[in-house]
Design a protein around this ligand. Structure first.
Ligand code: SF4
Length: 381
């Protein structure tokens, strides 16, 4: 790929880190949340926190699609997959996310459910076409990044007149989650997270643009800088946030101008608006029920809605009580604060959703950060 090395240049990264350290006011604390799991992964992978001065702290956010799917929805998906006529298709990350009572899609597959891993929603449509005797259900998850491709797959199924394809829709919306993170005045002080600004998501913003962040920025007086996923992107976004705070302004800025515009991808937005409708409310792991935060299939596409076709009645289910994923997703705790981290919970045997996907804060910290924890402990000792 062209122009990757330029965004990973160590000399430039150190210069950018020096600029952050030079401009961050020593008496001040800066706490920025990277909303997106892709940024969490980049921050851990490239050790960016090690480059920041002590008064600039990064807080991991809930922008990992696998992580925020609540236990109850995975239970629903497993129940769907156990139906003899159903073939459930989904992305590999979801297979190992813990459901109720130690279940998971992977275990359901081992027990005989017809669950297949795919890399594109189009694969599920083609599977439905190839196997007309099967009811192929696509378990759709993700933020605005993956929603357009689900919409196109449903369109394709309609064009090909496939009556055996449907979608179990769990697409969620980024601005609603940011609002939930910030709108915490009703919570006790111990549950409120202090965030001074956001690194806005990269891929999501290619679809929705930067405009949707303006209302949040104005309402909560928190700056947002949309950034790319490369290490220099992230460092530059942090510098931009530091500068905004120092100047006492609160703006939506776009660091990722090579891919993101103010208006986003209008074609994708139109297709999403046609195929999907807003849910009144939806449960997010860690954030609870959030109004107008997720999508279902619109009336015009109701024939492709697996919830209607199979009468899925959502059943709420509790997380593993020892798992701190909820607090990790809200930025209240760091992965290493969870007593299960690295003991009973690891990527090989995840106890919570944050340890499954590489975008999950716990998985990223397990892969890259835990060694730094040990070094820090040794230095402190
Ligand atoms: S370490 Fe495991 S159990 Fe603890 S918060 Fe992370 S994913 Fe959940």
């Amino acid at each position: 790929m062209k122009y990757i090395d330029e965004y990973r240049d160590g000399t430039l990264a150190r210069a950018m880190a020096e600029a952050i350290a030079g401009e961050a006011i020593a008496e001040r604390q800066y706490r920025f949340m990277e909303f997106c799991g892709g940024h969490t992964h980049a921050i851990s992978r490239y050790g960016l926190e090690d480059l920041l001065p002590g008064n600039v702290e990064m807080v991991h956010g809930p922008g990992c699609p696998v992580c925020v799917l609540p236990v109850g929805r995975i239970d629903d998906a497993i129940r769907l997959a156990m139906r003899p006529e159903v073939t459930l298709c989904t992305y590999a990350d979801l297979m190992r996310v813990p459901a109720s009572a130690g279940a998971s899609l992977l275990k359901a597959k081992a027990a005989g459910a017809d669950i297949r891993m795919i890399t594109s929603s189009i694969d599920a449509v083609l599977m439905a076409e190839a196997e007309p005797a099967r009811e192929v259900v696509f378990l759709a998850i993700g933020f605005e990044t993956t929603t357009p491709s689900t919409a196109l797959s449903i369109d394709l199924a309609r064009d090909r007149q496939l009556s055996n394809f449907s979608v179990f829709c769990n697409h969620v919306l980024t601005p609603s989650a940011i609002r939930a993170i910030l709108d915490t005045d009703h919570l006790p002080p111990a549950e409120q997270v202090r965030i001074d600004g956001f690194i806005g998501p990269a891929h999501v913003s290619t679809v929705i643009g930067t405009e949707p962040y303006r209302a949040l920025c104005a309402q909560f007086a928190k700056p947002v800088v949309v950034a790319g996923f490369e290490p220099l992107d992230v460092l530059q976004a942090i510098l931009m946030l530091v500068r905004q705070m120092n100047a006492g302004v609160c703006l939506v800025e776009n660091q990722y101008i090579r891919a993101v515009t103010a208006q986003g991808n209008r074609i994708a937005q139109r297709k999403m608006a046609e195929v999907f409708a807003l849910r009144d409310t939806f449960e997010w792991r860690g954030l609870g029920q959030l109004p107008h935060s997720a999508l279902r299939l619109s009336e015009a596409y109701a024939d492709f809605d697996a919830e209607r076709r199979f009468d899925v009645v959502p059943v709420a289910a509790a997380d593993n009580p020892a798992c701190e994923c909820g607090d990790v997703l809200r930025g209240l705790k760091k992965p290493a604060d969870c007593k299960l981290f690295g003991t009973t919970c690891s990527p090989e045997a995840p106890m919570g959703s944050c340890m499954v996907s590489p975008e999950g804060a716990c998985a990223a910290h397990w892969t890259y950060g835990r060694f730094r924890d040990r070094q820090a402990t040794r230095v402190a000792a």
